[in-house]
Write a protein that binds this ligand. Structure first.
Ligand SMILES: Cc1ncc(COP(=O)(O)O)c(C=O)c1O
Length: 325
């Protein structure tokens, strides 16, 4: 990947365009079955650009109660677009379904904000990399559209949903007007994400990206890493999923811990009563394993191309000991 980046052909992507960025955008639009793609410095900026384009100021964006746009994007929808997020907790299971949208919509009233956008997330980070299967995702998007909403998908890890289910990326992407995909997670690139959608909307997205300060000049250097990730690493994501499953089995029950059975590459572990995530994170770090404290009572482990099968097994033993302490 470093060699591909060093050798990348570049131009000025704010002026006449950068050939490597163009190649990446063309490839991503093709894979996702949309007219056009636009390269972004981060998934957060791409999500916020979608929100800017779809949501009207003074209205609401419906999303899952643990959505990345709600938990981890600095209240960007309110700060930048003047739209508020309205979260819905799934009635059943880990991620929102069509019936949850119906529960989340307010009765029309001149006092209440109107919803203009539904954001879906697949796979779902906060739900432990959970996959929303295609039929459920279609029903969810349809429920949003039936209510007159635009539909955006945070597909930072849509690659993993594809690897876990075999569902074509384009079928998943067809359930939403716009989709964000990230290159800097399982694909292993250092920087970047893309937003895909209809050509006219992506022309607007170019302007919004510029407004957010996301116009990048000789960006082919980093786009080459993303292209390499797509070409070399998309087909190995199932290995991360297998490693996550090995790890989850090893930590299951250790010290009363309850890992959520992983669909993909993320393992969320709920701790026994009274145990603190900061203590478990510190004990795992002392053994050489980096976990994140997801909440006071939950830790997260993520499997990626730098973790081999034997690393995953060793990490399972180290974390099991930390949980049992
Ligand atoms: C589901 C999801 N969406 C969006 C993002 C944001 O991506 P970035 O870190 O590139 O801004 C992340 C990052 O972890 C994520 O997990």
């Amino acid at each position: 990947m470093r060699m591909a980046m060093a050798n990348a052909e570049v131009g000025d992507d704010v002026l006449e365009g950068d050939p490597t960025v163009r190649q990446l955008e063309t490839e991503v639009a093709r894979l996702l079955g949309k007219d056009a793609a636009l390269y972004f410095p981060s998934g957060t900026m791409a999500n916020q650009t979608a929100i800017w384009m779809h949501a009207e100021p003074g209205t609401e964006v419906l999303c899952d109660a643990r959505a990345h746009i709600y938990d981890w994007e600095g209240a960007g929808a309110s700060v930048f677009r003047g739209a508020q997020l309205r979260t819905v907790t799934p009635a059943i299971g880990e991620t929102i379904r069509a019936s949850d949208v119906e529960r989340g919509l307010r009765a029309p009233s001149r006092y209440a904000p109107r919803a203009t956008l539904l954001c879906m997330e697949n796979t779902h980070n906060g739900a432990g990399g959970a996959v929303t299967p295609l039929a459920d995702l279609q029903a969810l998007g349809d429920a949003g559209r039936a209510a007159g909403l635009k539909v955006h998908m945070d597909g930072a890890r849509l690659w993993n949903a594809h690897a876990a289910t075999g569902t074509p990326l384009a079928d998943f992407a067809a359930t939403a007007d716009t989709v964000m995909v990230s290159f800097s997670k399982g694909l292993g690139a250092p920087v970047g994400a893309a937003l895909v959608g209809p050509a006219e909307l992506m022309a607007d997205a170019w302007e919004v990206r510029k407004r957010f300060g996301g116009g990048m000049r000789q960006a082919g250097i980093i786009a080459a890493g993303a292209l390499y990730g797509l070409q070399q690493n998309l087909n190995r994501l199932h290995l991360d999923h297998a490693n996550a499953a090995t790890f989850a089995a090893l930590v299951h029950g250790a010290g009363g811990a309850r890992p959520v059975t992983p669909d993909t590459n993320i393992v969320m572990i709920d701790l026994r009563a009274g145990q603190r995530s900061s203590d478990v994170v510190a004990a795992a770090a002392a053994g050489g394993v980096a976990l994140s404290g997801w909440s006071a009572t939950r830790v997260r482990a993520v499997f990626h191309l730098d973790v081999s099968a034997s690393d995953a097994a060793e990490a399972g033993r180290i974390v099991a000991a930390a949980l049992a302490a």
